[in-house]
Write a protein that binds this ligand. Structure first.
Ligand code: GLA
Length: 391
């Protein structure tokens, strides 16, 4: 049995009843399109948040005792419908999900939870959504009738809106809940219909480069972008930017004004790029796919204005390495304002690429990056004793 089970026994004096694992995610293309009812193409990564859980006899006043191994922090709170509040701590993500389950009639019970994660925090790989979806899986074990698998992503999204105060889209939670191994998740965020796109060329790899510049989704810039997109829709008289083509946006340029015009231009072009990227994968046209990644980045930098200097530096360096050096394309990934760059590379060149990026990034910014290669991983699941060794 793996470490978390041992640690659970040590701390709580008994075996966990369940161990669940939820992966982080990286988005290959389709950025800031989800809350505009558009298209996204993320994959789950081989980094996980694991929760070991067991019920406890809590008497008349049920409570949750949650321990984070990463933060070395413990938090205890009452499990009572209507009384859960966000406090700015890591457990807000657990509480938010619990509150939604209680709203749907889950009977309050006492639980001990031990949380351990190797999804890096605050760098755009969805460590918080992984924690939420993992918690949802634990609560589904308590009462399998209460919340179906299909409901989990939207439930977690609502929890994030209410408890973290960020009006996120559905991409992260959906991908983390539903991803399949060796597949990308091509999601239509309007219908929530997903196509699982095979992505298993043994010579290609997805490289994730963490700029170590921390992302501040809470800062309000994310909500501001979302509001600008809504404003663009209001001006054009449409429900969502998904409903506008690039021509419609161009024709409305004057009435939109500079900022709304550029936001709308990004979203409509990004939707087309995402659809095209899926076709490129079908043809194994990696050069085309890479080019779409660069274009996505330029659009996020210039039109949507969610990149930052360090991230731009990394993407420029990737461009300089180029196809000859094994890089097909690169772009910022996730909400933006720091975080990670994702690149499609020739697997065999991974070490050389990382070495070159590390040295160049240090020279340019005096910062140390970290880099990981990941294959597309499967979504959140309950672990059986035999899969614990593989994590
Ligand atoms: C964050 C949000 C997602 C999505 C991305 C931008 O990761 O959680 O819903 O909006 O930003 O594409």
């Amino acid at each position: 049995m793996n470490e978390i089970v041992e640690e659970f026994r040590r701390r709580f004096g008994r075996d966990p009843e369940w161990v669940v694992a939820a992966p982080g995610r990286v988005n290959l293309i389709g950025e800031h399109t989800d809350y505009n009812d558009g298209f996204v193409l993320p994959m789950a990564i081989e980094r996980h948040t694991v929760i070991a859980a067991a019920r406890r006899d809590g008497g008349a006043e049920p409570s949750i005792n949650a321990v984070s191994l990463n933060l070395d922090e413990e938090d205890e709170f009452a499990v009572e419908r209507g009384s859960l509040e966000s406090t700015g701590k890591w457990t807000d993500y657990i509480k938010g999900v619990l509150a939604e389950f209680l709203e749907r009639g889950l009977a309050p019970e006492s639980l001990d939870l031990l949380v351990s994660s190797d999804v890096p925090m605050g760098c755009g790989l969805s460590s918080s959504a992984a924690l939420q979806v993992a918690m949802a899986r634990v609560l589904q074990q308590l009462d399998s009738e209460r919340v179906s698998d299909e409901e989990v992503p939207a439930l977690c999204q609502t929890a994030e809106h209410k408890f973290a105060g960020v009006p996120v889209g559905i991409m992260d939670q959906f991908c983390i809940a539903n991803a399949r191994q060796n597949h990308l998740v091509f999601l239509d965020c309007r219908t929530l219909r997903a196509e699982h796109i095979p992505f298993n060329d043994p010579d290609k790899a997805v490289l994730i480069v963490d700029s170590k510049v921390s992302r501040e989704l809470r800062s309000g810039a994310y909500a501001e972008r979302r509001a600008e997109c809504d404003e663009a829709c209001r001006i054009m008289g449409i429900a969502k930017l998904r409903d506008a083509g690039e021509e419609t946006v161009k024709a409305a340029r004057k009435s939109l004004g500079d900022v709304c015009y550029r936001r709308a231009r990004h979203v409509t072009a990004e939707n087309s790029r995402t659809i095209e990227a899926v076709a490129a994968i079908g043809h194994k046209d990696w050069v085309r796919f890479g080019d779409l990644m660069y274009r996505s980045h330029d659009s996020l930098r210039n039109d949507f204005e969610v990149s930052c200097e360090e991230i731009d530096t990394l993407v420029d360096m990737a461009r300089n390495i180029g196809i000859a050096g094994g890089v097909f394309g690169a772009r910022m990934t996730g909400g933006g304002f720091g975080g990670c760059v994702v690149a499609l590379i020739e697997k065999i060149k991974a070490d050389d690429i990382v070495e070159e990026l590390t040295a160049g990034y240090r020279r340019a910014t005096d910062k140390a990056l970290s880099a990981y290669v990941s294959s597309p991983e499967s979504g959140a699941r309950l672990l059986e004793p035999h899969d614990m060794e593989s994590l």
